[in-house]
Write a protein that binds this ligand. Structure first.
Ligand code: ZN
Length: 98
């Protein structure tokens, strides 16, 4: 079986966050701001493996928001992130914008 390196994962995902579509491929500023990393779709804490099909490129924001929530697929991850962002939005509206 082929051993996948981080570089392979980045190239497969075109240096783009698989959850929100942030691309870091165009210029260094985008790359640096997105702070792309490799995310475990199914977190290790929930038994996720480091097989390439469990690894995707994710920006820092999505990675942080998703955290170690139980998640089985990129689609599920997107839903988790959307739900948490809605909660953050309410929080922001209540405490920051008031
Ligand atoms: Zn993202």
């Amino acid at each position: 079986m082929k051993h996948y390196t981080n570089k392979d994962i980045y190239e497969r995902d075109n240096f783009t966050c698989q959850y929100c579509g942030w691309s870091g491929a165009h210029d260094f500023e985008s790359w640096n701001r997105g702070w792309l990393a490799i995310d475990y779709v199914k977190p290790r804490k929930h038994g996720g493996t480091d097989e390439h099909d469990n690894l995707v490129v994710a920006c820092h924001t999505c990675n942080s928001v998703k955290g170690s929530s139980m998640c089985n697929s990129v689609e599920e991850g997107k839903k988790i992130i959307t739900t948490k962002n809605e909660q953050w939005h309410k929080w922001f509206t209540k405490y920051v914008l008031y």
